[in-house]
Design a protein around this ligand. Structure first.
Ligand code: SIN
Length: 189
């Protein structure tokens, strides 16, 4: 699969007849909403775990020195917390470019804090995409993140802002918080 998923995503969902769609964000989409939305609500999805296993060539790294950013991997029974945004379908024109480095849109069932449910879309970079880096220990991921930077800023900033946003949501993501702990012990961080 090519790195750039913009065109694939453009043809993936038919929004005709929909004037708004829910989007579930679990990584930078939680804390960086650089797009218009009608409303946003904390939400959770089941069966997925957040992992820093995706390479970033365009935001928090470069093609020669990719950063490590969040994707979701299947994990039965696990609950992943994030932020749901109700958006107009034309907002996907911007989002598909933002998430173009290996992420594809998938349909997911979301549960809001008050127990309500809705169907939404979520960007996932699966293990067959060209930028995928895969598992590593949390200490190694922290060392990698400490060195990477790209056009959107340092990889460290991505991780620390996500950790703060998850704390605000009251989430206990052991993977993210372990990377954060390792990162904070490294020189210069
Ligand atoms: C997301 O936040 O939902 C997708 C991954 C990212 O943009 O960090």
């Amino acid at each position: 699969m090519s790195h750039d998923t913009t065109e694939t995503n453009r043809h993936r969902h038919d929004f005709s007849g929909h004037d708004n769609v829910w989007l579930f964000g679990y990584g930078s989409l939680i804390y960086k909403a650089d797009f218009p939305y009608i409303e946003r609500r904390p939400a959770r999805i089941r069966g997925w775990a957040r992992r820093f296993w995706q390479g970033s060539h365009d935001h928090r790294g470069t093609p020669d020195a990719p950063g490590r950013v969040a994707t979701l991997v299947p994990e039965t029974g696990n609950v992943c917390a994030g932020m749901a945004y109700r958006i107009r379908p034309d907002v996907f024109t911007h989002l598909d470019v933002r998430e173009k480095n290996g992420y594809l849109r998938f349909t997911t069932e979301m549960t809001f804090d008050d127990g309500d449910h809705a169907e939404g879309l979520v960007y996932i970079a699966s293990d067959d995409n060209a930028a995928y880096l895969g598992p590593a220990s949390e200490a190694d991921i922290a060392r990698h993140i400490a060195q990477a930077q790209g056009p959107s800023g340092s990889n460290r900033d991505y991780l620390l802002r996500l950790a703060d946003a998850l704390r605000e949501l009251g989430d206990d993501d052991t993977h993210v918080f372990a990377i954060e702990r390792h990162l904070r012990t490294l020189p210069g961080t």
